[in-house]
Design a protein around this ligand. Structure first.
Ligand SMILES: [Zn+2]
Length: 445
């Protein structure tokens, strides 16, 4: 009997009313506990048994809460948090050319750092523990994530035409190598090769950059089939739809991450499934920019691994994965004309295990022995979280994100009941105000 054994040591024992594990069997445990040691989950089980089995150095009793894996944001542009609400309600090209790009060309690392830190604070507050980024000056986001204690995959973006950072695509690749080396020993931060899109990076440079991703063994991520308009541009420019441009050159593999995938047809979904490429669904951004509704249930039916992302705060305007969870489920039903499409469980899978696969870190997105202790807790005491027939349903349809009362990455608590442990949110508020004035002054030039 284990009862006769002396209790084992562990760093931390976390106790909660309910635990959504997201393990292979999608086990939900009532009155459970998770033992954490060395940043990893040591064991998970019913509370009485775990209390007998462990003599923890520390205890975190989250009575009245449910514990679940930290959400994984599969697509965002963190420093663009600086542009939240700066230019809303206009078509994509007008938004980019007249508002975003003129300011982006002036961005300083200090301003980017404020945007990235603000983004980290919002991710932590709304229960996200890891994210796949794409932007410029990515070491700024890497350092912000490191300071905040979040996991980040950095994507230094490039085009075939001059960007705010690089005159050519090739000029970016040395930066990618340097970023990769800079974070080689960082347990939280890794990199991805990030061409912007099939209509802004030419096919030869797409292929060259893919070789770099293979060499560094990183994900290769790209905006793809975001809207019918993008398809039309590719067809006019190259005589091919965006996915075919990649497929022809063998760029669809398990390291390929396709952001959006709104305008993928049945033939293309079959190709994505066959090649093992991943898709990240961004339902709120797709709505705000009027891009369309991605056929995600068809992708899941075909066996495609799908993650979930918010996209940047300039086109969402939140980095709150809980909002994208409910939109993904609701829009999916409308898109497929079927109330049974995009179930709560399938959508939660996307925001946890699916996005984790997109980050190239399949150990994330679940609470399971031997896996990283990246967990969040939701306070169940609010009226919108009662009654509790099904906790996965509560997480997807009822939670707003503001129920998050604890966020933990690798066993370290980043946020607990209103207290940010790694970010000075008060001084960040003052910096954000200063940054917003700077953005307005640059836009007026
Ligand atoms: Zn994007």
């Amino acid at each position: 009997m284990t009862n006769s054994l002396p209790p084992s040591p562990c760093d931390l024992l976390v106790l909660a009313d309910v635990i959504i594990t997201q393990d292979d069997a999608r086990t939900v445990i009532s009155n459970g506990a998770v033992a954490v040691t060395g940043g990893l989950v040591d064991r998970i089980g019913p509370r009485p048994e775990m209390e007998r089995a462990y003599a923890p150095a520390d205890r975190l009793d989250l009575g009245g809460c449910m514990l679940m894996p930290g959400l994984v944001n599969g697509h965002t542009h963190l420093p663009m948090t600086l542009f939240r609400g700066f230019a809303d309600d206009m078509p994509l090209m007008e938004w980019l050319e007249e508002h975003i790009w003129p300011v982006e060309f002036q961005l300083t690392e200090e301003m980017l750092g404020i945007g990235a830190a603000l983004g980290c604070a919002e991710l932590i507050r709304t229960g996200c523990t890891a994210f796949l980024n794409g932007y410029f000056h990515e070491q700024v986001t890497g350092d912000a994530a490191s300071t905040a204690g979040l996991r980040a995959v950095l994507g230094e973006g490039f085009f075939s035409f001059p960007s705010p950072m690089f005159p050519t695509a090739q000029a970016c690749w040395q930066t990618i190598r340097e970023l990769h080396a800079r974070y080689a020993d960082n347990p939280l931060v890794t990199t991805a090769v990030t061409p912007h899109a099939a209509f802004t990076v030419n096919p030869e440079e797409l292929a060259e950059s893919f070789e770099l991703a293979c060499e560094l063994d990183t994900p290769w991520q790209i905006h793809l089939a975001e809207s019918p308009a993008e398809t039309a541009v590719c067809v006019e420019k190259y005589g091919r739809r965006p996915l075919d441009i990649l497929h022809e050159r063998g760029l669809l593999t398990r390291r390929t991450v396709l952001h959006h995938g709104v305008d993928l047809d049945a033939r293309e979904i079959a190709i994505v499934a066959r090649t093992g490429a991943r898709v990240v669904h961004n339902p709120v951004s797709n709505l705000k920019l009027c891009s369309g509704i991605a056929p995600v249930q068809a992708m899941l039916d075909a066996g495609v691994t799908v993650g979930l992302g918010t996209d940047g705060a300039a086109s969402n305007n939140q980095l709150n994965m809980f909002r994208d969870l409910s939109y993904a489920a609701l829009l999916g039903k409308l898109r497929h004309g079927n109330a049974a499409a995009m179930s709560a469980q399938s959508v939660l899978d996307m925001a946890t295990r699916g996005s984790a696969a997109c980050l190239g870190q399949p150990g994330l997105g679940r609470i399971e022995a031997g896996h990283p202790a990246d967990m969040i807790a939701l306070d169940l005491s609010g009226p919108n979280m009662q009654p509790a027939y099904n906790h996965v349903s509560l997480a997807v349809y009822s939670a707003t994100g503001m129920e998050v009362c604890m966020t933990m990455v690798a066993g370290t608590i980043l946020y607990l009941f209103g207290d940010f442990r790694t970010i000075d949110v008060k001084s960040l508020q003052a910096k954000a105000l200063r940054a917003s004035r700077w953005v307005v002054s640059q836009a007026g030039k």
